[in-house]
Design a protein around this ligand. Structure first.
Ligand SMILES: [Zn+2]
Length: 121
């Protein structure tokens, strides 16, 4: 007899989450930087000459879903941003834009937090 497993709404979201699969290596993607907490890779529909995404390994919906328990993850993501700036930042001063769409009303399409790193000017 199969064991009944209760799945929360969030568990179900994670099963189908494309970014969870990328973080777990289940969807092949060229990872440009990673650490214990986060992964960075090229956006499939670039909106700038350089358009990278930084995602936490853990399924977090967006900034509004963060708690103090996620502080290490946020710091880990920011460390990746600084690492990306050194390699992919604008030629003149390593500048870049960091865009974080939070919530459907603000244009968030994938509900696994992701930060857009835009550069190449
Ligand atoms: Zn996810």
């Amino acid at each position: 007899m199969a064991i009944q497993v209760d799945k929360t709404h969030e568990d179900i979201a994670m099963i189908d989450c494309v970014f969870c699969k990328i973080a777990a290596g289940e969807i092949p993607t060229t990872i440009v930087a990673q650490n214990e907490f986060a992964v960075a890779f090229h956006d499939r529909s670039p909106q700038a000459p350089i358009h990278l995404l930084i995602i936490p390994r853990e399924h977090i919906i967006n900034i509004n879903d963060l708690t103090d328990l996620h502080n290490s993850i946020v710091v880990g993501m920011m460390q990746l941003v600084r690492q990306l700036a050194a390699t992919y930042g604008n030629q003149v001063d390593k500048g870049f834009n960091l865009q974080i769409n939070t919530g459907a009303s603000a244009g968030q399409v994938v509900f696994h937090m992701h930060w857009h790193f835009l550069a190449g000017r």
